[in-house]
Design a protein around this ligand. Structure first.
Ligand SMILES: [Cu+2]
Length: 149
């Protein structure tokens, strides 16, 4: 029973702002998808700004356009090889921002459900730790795109 009480207490910890959901104080800019040819997975990039006074924690994302959306981080290994790891969560500090960009954090987008071409818009919903959601429009850009739009 004590362990159950402890779990309950941990669940109640994010009490920084009881009224505003985390998604309510996060804004998204520079949201775009790098489209790769054939059936290679695409990558989603976005800058998330936390305008609130408490942290917002991104835990997952989902989309009607992609059967699988995962939070990943690219990193350069000691041998100079780039690799990707799954990221369990991304904390956006109060008044801070987190950038998902090439060679860093990204949304790994797989199992596309429709044909996409550059210029299309794709809706991806970001899921936060408190269960709130932020729908974001991502602009589809070609494989050789590198700069934020
Ligand atoms: Cu990835």
């Amino acid at each position: 029973m004590p362990s159950r009480l402890l779990l309950l207490a941990i669940g109640l910890l994010p009490v920084g702002n009881l009224l505003a959901a985390q998604a309510d104080h996060v804004t998204a800019t520079e949201a775009w998808i790098r489209l790769l040819p054939a059936r290679l997975p695409a990558s989603g990039y976005v800058t998330l700004h936390n305008t609130g006074s408490s942290a917002a924690t991104l835990v997952s994302a989902h989309s009607a356009t992609y059967g699988s959306v995962m939070l990943h981080q690219s990193s350069m290994g000691s041998g100079g090889m780039s690799s990707m790891n799954a990221v369990a969560q991304l904390v956006i500090a109060p008044q801070g921002k987190v950038t998902l960009a090439p060679a860093g954090y990204h949304l790994m987008l797989e199992q596309v459900s429709r044909a996409l071409t550059p210029g299309d818009s794709v809706d991806i919903t970001l899921d936060f730790a408190d269960g709130s959601h932020l729908p974001v429009h991502f602009l589809v850009r070609p494989a050789n795109a590198t700069d934020p739009q």
